[in-house]
Write a protein that binds this ligand. Structure first.
Ligand code: 13P
Ligand code: SF4
Length: 353
């Protein structure tokens, strides 16, 4: 594979690493680069995963990986893998000198907000997010002037500037609980319009009187799912369970068997005995489930987040060897402190389970 440096490991070390990788990756059949994982492909990347794992120790670094990044990162080098909420908790608790965030930039920014003394690096500075990129701090300030009495709730998929302007942050795993328990009736929810619509429906379902005002962002992956593919899949696969992320359109959420964060989606599948699953989310999560529940069957095509897929083992290795300035996350300190208050409020209000 291009970009892999000459190994400084013994043949036995490489073989044993290849076997370790193979035990996980052999189950992944929807690789974003179309690779088939077998002993040879695992052996090709083994020197690189060995090198990264050695560099981590040398540099006092930890690697946090979102479940959407490629499986060789998740199972080869990550110390912690999961959803935005879990990873933000890990970042907050990390005592590491360096945090490498294999995810997207807003997640690395969140890690820097919560662990300001650590050097936080992103493998690729272009790993944005259509939601985070849909709203700037100045735009939110203008919106707030239109709704001065609203409590401002930002989804964690937002920039540090937007978090600094918000009262409380939420993730896909705690948005319903936190908004339900906020004292304000009027909520300005940014930047995900579709999650805002799902939130409005869920508050109605729970009999909670809230006015939810949203901005206009959407996730370019989840806004593509529609009820037609769900109906067709149900006809073809009796007993199918459809599992959706709350960034999906409301008509999709309404017709799904379960709606939740990527972490909750995994938990649901692990606890269910259904014969088939249609996962309405980014394909990386299906890869994780194929590794962790190899006996289950996943149907449907593969939707990729182009930003998450900018992460690679090579970029992680390069960042660990010598991070370029564009890979290092820096934040203005007063802004960081304001953004931290909004995230800490989430930790206070989030359910404890
Ligand atoms: P989760 O926190 O549910 O993993 O969601 C993050 C995300 O970006 C989904 O598109
Ligand atoms: Fe952003 Fe959507 Fe990618 Fe998640 S899947 S990081 S919300 S663009």
């Amino acid at each position: 594979m291009p970009g892999i440096s000459a190994p400084s490991f013994t043949a036995a070390e490489i073989e044993s690493e290849a076997e370790r990788l193979l035990r996980a990756l052999m189950h992944v059949d929807c690789d974003p680069r179309g690779r088939r994982w077998n002993y040879d492909t695992c052996r090709e990347i083994a020197p690189l995963t060995l090198e990264i794992n050695r560099l981590k120790k040398e540099k006092g670094a930890v690697i946090l990986a979102h479940s959407y990044v490629e499986p060789e990162i998740i199972y080869g080098v990550a110390d912690f893998r999961g959803d935005s909420y879990y990873l933000s908790m890990q970042a907050r608790q990390a005592r590491a000198k360096m945090i490498v965030f294999a995810g997207v930039v807003f997640m690395a920014e969140t890690a820097k907000i919560l662990s300001p003394d650590a050097t936080v690096v992103v493998p690729d500075r272009d790993s944005g997010c259509s939601l985070a990129d849909s709203l700037t701090g100045p735009q939110l300030r203008e919106l707030k002037q239109l709704y001065p009495d609203a409590t401002v709730v930002c989804y964690i998929n937002s920039t540090a500037d937007v978090k600094a302007e918000s009262d409380v942050c939420v993730t896909s795993g705690n948005v319903y609980h936190i908004v339900e328990h906020l004292p304000a009736r009027r909520i300005l929810f940014v930047p995900d319009r579709l999650m805002g619509q799902n939130l409005r429906e869920e508050m109605k379902r729970r009999g909670v009187d809230k006015e939810i005002i949203t901005s206009d962002g959407t996730c370019i992956v989840h806004d593509q799912f529609g009820p037609a593919e769900m109906a067709e899949a149900r006809t073809r696969y009796p007993g199918l369970k459809i599992v959706a992320h709350p960034e999906c359109p409301p008509e999709v959420a309404a017709a799904a068997d379960f709606v939740g964060s990527t972490g909750a989606m995994m938990k649901y599948v692990k606890g269910s005995g259904a014969p088939y699953y249609l996962m309405l989310t980014e394909c990386g999560l299906v890869g994780r489930l194929q590794v962790e529940t190899p006996e289950k069957h996943f149907i449907g095509g593969c939707r990729l987040c182009p930003y998450m897929k900018l992460n690679s083992l090579e970029k992680i290795r390069d960042a660990l060897v010598a991070a370029r300035p564009d890979q290092v996350v820096t934040l203005d300190e007063p802004l960081r402190q304001r953004a931290a208050r909004c995230i800490e409020r989430m930790f206070e209000l989030a359910p404890t389970d």
